[in-house]
Design a protein around this ligand. Structure first.
Ligand SMILES: [Mg+2]
Ligand SMILES: [Zn+2]
Length: 206
């Protein structure tokens, strides 16, 4: 039987600010890019699974004129180094530089890649050659969840206090809610190892 690249294989997509890293608004200074609580352990756990790991991030600071798009190259390098330090490989850094109210004309558009829309995730999954339904989106706000569901992924909300609006509708309902990133990684690892879905929540809690 011919092997189709990526068939049945999933990826893990991580939001950056507030999920993987401590949230520092509009930051592109690598020295201020610090892992969130539980993120170091999560990278180690996820890195051991062999699934591609990628970061998907809204970066409206480009459109708002806070920093040039090229500054995100340094961010990508720092992310690569952080992943490597913790036994993981960054398979991709995907970002949306747009904002409808941006100050930089080229980026001031209503786009399809800004979360909660799902085009950024769809592009990431296609680039990684993986199947959406075997993939995960992990984020700290419901916009991440909506984007993940829109792209066909399973979703985990890391509820560490960053979501404040709680504008719920069925498209924004996460599959799992945890308090820090390593608990999300444990759920993903358990699922990879074939643990029945109903037991995963319990294992994540232990
Ligand atoms: Mg976030
Ligand atoms: Zn965009």
């Amino acid at each position: 039987m011919a092997v189709t690249r990526g068939a049945g294989r999933g990826a893990v997509l991580l939001d950056k600010d507030g999920t993987l890293l401590k949230n520092v608004p509009y930051n592109v200074d690598p020295a201020r890019m610090v892992l969130a609580p539980g993120a170091a352990q999560a990278l180690r756990r996820l890195g051991a699974l062999g699934m591609p790991l990628a970061v998907v991030s809204n970066q409206p600071g480009v459109a708002l004129g806070c920093f040039p798009e090229v500054a995100l190259c340094t961010v990508r390098e720092r992310l690569c180094a952080l992943f490597r330090e913790h036994g993981a490989v960054l398979a991709g850094f995907f970002y949306c530089p747009h904002h409808p109210k941006g100050a930089v004309a080229h980026y001031a558009i209503e786009c399809d890649c800004r979360k909660p829309r799902s085009a950024l995730l769809t592009q990431a999954l296609a680039f990684l050659g993986v199947t959406p339904q075997y993939s995960w989106m992990v984020g700290d706000i419901l916009d991440d969840i909506e984007a993940g569901r829109g792209a066909g992924c399973r979703t985990i909300l890391v509820d560490c206090g960053n979501e404040t609006e709680w504008r719920y509708d069925p498209q924004r309902e996460p599959d799992f809610v945890v308090e820090q990133l390593d608990a999300a990684a444990r759920i993903i690892a358990a699922q990879c190892n074939g643990t029945p879905a109903e037991r995963i929540g319990q294992e994540a809690a232990t």
